[in-house]
Design a binder for this molecule. Structure first.
Ligand code: CTP
Ligand code: MG
Length: 401
């Protein structure tokens, strides 16, 4: 197995916008073109460009969906990817991305996720111009339409279009130049080139590409849908070639204290007469430890990524809901569950009589994957020994579906 050197190029893919003009009822980057989202199409093409660290800037609250897409696009090369949460403006989102770049990154490309079909060759051209000494580079296309200056409904002047170009992304910059321009930015700019130019740096142009158009309106999305069949996804470059698919393990733990309302739910079972655990959901520490172990094994974040307390639908939810949703997240990213082993540390409830019932309930919620449940007390030691709560420790094995 070869070790890839740390890249010197960073690509910030801004995908945090709300897509107001598209009006699809959700963040634009997560809207489907075919059976893949705008973001996934963008990332596939970014990944086929020069080897780079890729920072995806996600809409707040949608980090989990962005991570799933990013992982599906990157295969085993998830080590190149970081996900950060975006801001209220594009500029704030780029700043969030900049803060996540590795120390070794020397040049930065900022790319709109909304330019979903941008071919890898545009990335190559921008990097080549930076390597040739430019501080800032913008891919541009000539303006085709005849342009007029208009005041109200009156044409007041013709504009010489030969002087004008339409700016696209990825826009590339020396990292020190972009960092300094962002640190000193006092107002909001429409693109990074404007910010860098205002900071006093020359920005040069390279040819853009018609396929690098930005999906802004429903008509643009239609255009992308027609084009996508004719704009083949580039072949996987050698730096993304897959290692042999090994199974992967993950570990998860969870703790809940007694003191909840109603009856105890643990390991997917209701325990009449036992004191309830407290928590945002039903406090089922066994289920939550399993969720964390599964997500960790698949490299899909953790329970907070997908089931945050800002999701009211999980208030009071039981193990079956958590495990079925987790299974769906893994399935969408191409993983299936091998097996799960979970150990409960608690004075009560006593598992001996209901162990196989718990195993069956948990296994059924995971589509039939074997789940082993063991339980132990802790000899009166610690919070579990004092009967204050329950701890659970899970290990999961997943493999490529
Ligand atoms: N963007 C971002 N964070 C924001 C606003 C925009 O990361 N706060 C990103 C968008 O996700 C998009 C790119 O910047 O990839 C270009 O922005 P635009 O096309 O304007 O997208 P939206 O802002 O989502 O769309 P709209 O302006 O129609 O709401
Ligand atoms: Mg916008």
């Amino acid at each position: 197995m070869s070790i890839t050197p740390v890249p010197r190029i960073g690509v910030i893919v801004v995908a945090a916008g709300s897509g107001t003009r598209l009006g699809a009822g959700g963040p634009k980057a997560l809207v489907g073109i075919d059976d893949h989202t705008i973001l996934r199409h963008s990332l596939t093409r970014v990944l086929a460009g020069p080897p780079a660290q890729i920072v995806v800037v996600a809409p707040p609250g949608r980090e989990g969906d962005v991570l799933s897409d990013a992982l599906a696009a990157s295969g085993e090369r998830r080590d190149l990817l970081s996900i950060v949460t975006g801001g209220a403006t594009r500029q704030a989102s780029v700043a969030a991305g900049l803060a996540a770049l590795w120390a070794d990154i020397e040049v930065v490309l900022v790319h709109d996720a909304a330019r979903a079909l941008t071919p890898p060759e545009v990335f190559e051209r921008v990097v080549a111009a930076l390597d040739a000494g430019a501080a800032g580079v913008v891919p541009v296309l000539p303006v085709i339409d005849t342009l007029k200056r208009v005041a109200g409904d009156e044409i007041v002047a013709a504009v010489d279009r030969s002087e004008l170009s339409a700016a696209q992304t990825p826009q590339g910059f020396r990292r020190d130049v972009l960092d300094a321009a962002y640190a000193g930015a006092a107002t909001d700019f429409t693109d990074d080139a404007a910010l860098v130019a205002t900071a006093g740096h020359a920005v040069s142009a390279v040819p853009g590409h018609p396929l690098a158009f930005k999906i802004t309106t429903a008509a643009d999305l239609d255009r992308a849908r027609h084009l996508v069949g004719d704009a083949p996804i580039p072949a996987t470059p050698s730096h993304l070639e897959r290692r042999p698919p090994l199974p992967r393990v993950g570990v998860g733990t969870d703790v809940h204290g007694f003191g909840g309302e109603g009856v105890l739910w643990l390991a997917g079972l209701e325990w009449p007469g036992e004191p309830a655990l407290s928590g945002h959901s039903d406090g089922d520490a066994v289920a939550h430890a399993i969720v964390d172990a599964l997500l960790a094994a698949a490299g899909l974040g953790d329970i907070g990524t997908h089931f945050g307390t800002d999701h009211p639908e999980y208030a009071g939810a039981h193990a079956d809901v958590f495990l079925a949703h987790t299974l769906g997240i893994l399935g969408a990213a191409g993983w299936r569950v091998g097996n799960v082993s979970v150990q409960v540390q608690a004075n009560r409830p006593r598992f001996a009589a209901r162990r196989s019932e718990a195993e069956q309930a948990l296994s059924a919620a995971l589509g039939g994957a074997p789940v082993s449940v063991s339980a132990t007390t802790t000899d009166g030691l610690g919070f579990t020994g004092r009967g204050e709560g329950v701890a659970a420790f899970a290990v999961a094995l997943v493999e490529r579906a």
